[in-house]
Design a protein around this ligand. Structure first.
Ligand SMILES: NC(=O)c1ccc[n+]([C@@H]2O[C@H](COP(=O)([O-])OP(=O)(O)OC[C@H]3O[C@@H](n4cnc5c(N)ncnc54)[C@H](OP(=O)(O)O)[C@@H]3O)[C@@H](O)[C@H]2O)c1
Length: 323
C-alpha cells in the first residue's frame, strides 16, 4: 500500500492515474496542518499501517503563480518545508521509503561548453547568449544532480517559493532514505491552469527563454519506476530530454492546433518584470543522464510536446482537439 499526499492536486492526480493504471494499491494520506505533535501522529499512522512508500505530491505553489508565495509565506513554508521534513523524518525513523516532488526551479541558467570547460550562464537572455542558443543550442546543457542549486536564499536573487523548495531539498538530503524528484514546468494534453501549454495559450504575452520541461504523466511514471526498481535513493531530475525555447514551442502550438492568432512576447526582461511578474523566475536546463542510465529515459521534449498538442483537450481556450 502506497500513501499519497496531495492526491487531488495537479501532480498528485497524475500519481493517482499512474498508480491506478499499474493496479498499485494506494491511499490518500491526509496531513492538513503541521502542529507540534504532527511528527508523533505521522509516526503512529506509519507504524500502524506500514505503507511500502510515502509519496509527497503536496505543496503550495501559489495561484495563479509563484508570486502569491511572496505574500503567503507561512503557507509556503508549511507546505513546502515543514510538511516534507516531518514526513521524511517519520519515514526514515521507521525505515519506510519516501518520495518527494521537488522542482527544477531551484536552478537558474544552464551550463555552456566553452572548449574543454563548462561555464555556468545564469542570464540566458543576455544578447550574445540568446543569439547562441537560438542559432546553435548544442553547447548548452543542463545542471545535473551533483550540482549545487543556484536559485536559493544563498544566492543573489530568488523567489520565496524557490528558496523554500531548495531549503527543503537540503534538509531532505540530510534525512535520507528516499527520493527527491525534480519536475519542471509540467504539461500534457489536458487543459489546466497549471499546464504549461494552457499557460502559453492563455497568457496575454509570453516570456521567451529556454527551459527543460516535464510531461506530467511520463514524469510521475518515471518517479514511480524509480521507487519500484528500486533505484538508489537520492535526487533525480525528472524532465524530458532536450529543450526548446518558448518561441519554438509557441510556433509548434500555432502549427499543430492550427491557430489563427499570433503569440505576443514581452520585449525584454525589464518589460516582463515591470508589467507581469513580481518575483524573479527561474529559467533552467536540467541534465537527464542519471535517469537515462537507469533505462528510464523520458521522450525527447519535441516528441512529448507534439503528442500533447495533437491530443490537446481544451476546456479553457475553446480549441477543438486536433485529430
Ligand atoms: N505545478 C507545477 O508547475 C510544479 C512544477 C514543479 C514542481 N511542482 C511541485 O509539485 C508539488 C505539487 O504541486 P501542484 O502543482 O500539484 O500543486 P496543486 O495543484 O496546488 O496541489 C497541491 C496539493 O497539495 C495539497 N496541500 C497544499 N498545502 C498543503 C498542506 N499544508 N498540507 C497538506 N497538503 C497540502 C493540496 O491539497 P488541497 O487541495 O486539499 O488544499 C493539493 O492536493 C509541489 O511540491 C510543487 O512544488 C509543481
Amino acid at each position: 500500500m502506497i500513501f499519497l499526499l496531495g492526491h487531488n492536486g495537479y501532480i498528485g492526480s497524475a500519481f493517482v492515474n499512474a498508480l491506478e493504471e499499474e493496479c498499485i494499491p494506494w491511499r490518500p494520506f491526509p496531513v492538513k496542518r503541521i502542529r507540534a505533535d504532527s511528527l508523533t501522529e505521522v509516526l503512529k499512522t506509519l507504524r500502524q499501517d506500514k505503507p511500502s512508500l510515502v509519496i509527497n505530491a503536496a505543496g503550495f505553489t501559489g495561484r495563479p503563480n509563484v508570486d502569491e508565495c511572496e505574500t503567503k509565506k507561512n503557507e509556503t513554508l508549511e507546505a513546502n518545508l515543514l510538511l516534507p521534513v516531518v514526513l521524511a523524518s517519520a519515514c526514515a525513523e521507521i525505515g519506510i521509503p519516501w518520495g518527494h516532488v521537488s522542482s527544477g526551479c531551484i536552478f537558474n541558467g544552464a551550463k555552456l561548453r566553452v572548449g574543454a570547460t563548462n561555464e555556468v550562464v545564469t542570464d540566458l537572455l543576455e544578447q550574445k547568449i540568446k543569439q547562441l542558443w537560438t542559432l546553435n543550442p548544442s553547447p548548452f546543457h543542463g545542471f545535473n544532480e551533483e550540482d549545487t542549486p543556484n536559485f536559493t536564499f544563498d544566492d543573489e536573487k530568488c523567489s520565496f517559493y524557490s528558496g523554500v523548495k531548495a531549503l527543503a531539498e537540503k534538509n531532505l538530503q540530510k534525512i535520507g532514505g528516499g527520493y527527491i524528484w525534480r519536475i519542471r514546468m509540467p504539461f500534457d494534453n489536458i487543459d489546466h491552469p497549471r499546464n504549461y501549454l494552457t499557460k502559453l495559450l492563455t497568457y496575454p504575452k509570453l516570456y521567451d527563454n529556454i527551459n527543460s520541461l516535464s510531461h506530467r504523466g511520463e514524469s510521475v511514471r518515471a518517479c514511480l519506476q524509480l521507487a519500484i526498481k528500486p533505484a538508489p535513493y537520492g535526487v533525480y531530475n525528472i524532465v524530458n530530454s532536450g529543450f526548446l525555447s518558448t518561441r519554438q514551442i509557441s510556433a509548434m502550438l500555432t502549427d499543430v492546433l492550427n491557430l489563427t492568432r499570433s503569440f505576443q512576447f514581452w520585449e525584454s526582461d525589464q518589460d516582463f518584470y515591470q508589467n507581469a511578474a513580481r518575483t524573479p523566475r527561474s529559467n533552467c536546463l536540467l541534465d537527464t543522464t542519471k535517469l537515462d542510465k537507469l533505462d528510464l529515459k523520458m521522450r525527447p521534449i519535441g516528441d512529448a510536446l507534439f503528442e500533447a498538442m495533437k491530443n490537446f483537450r481544451s476546456l479553457l481556450v475553446g480549441t477543438a482537439p486536433v485529430a
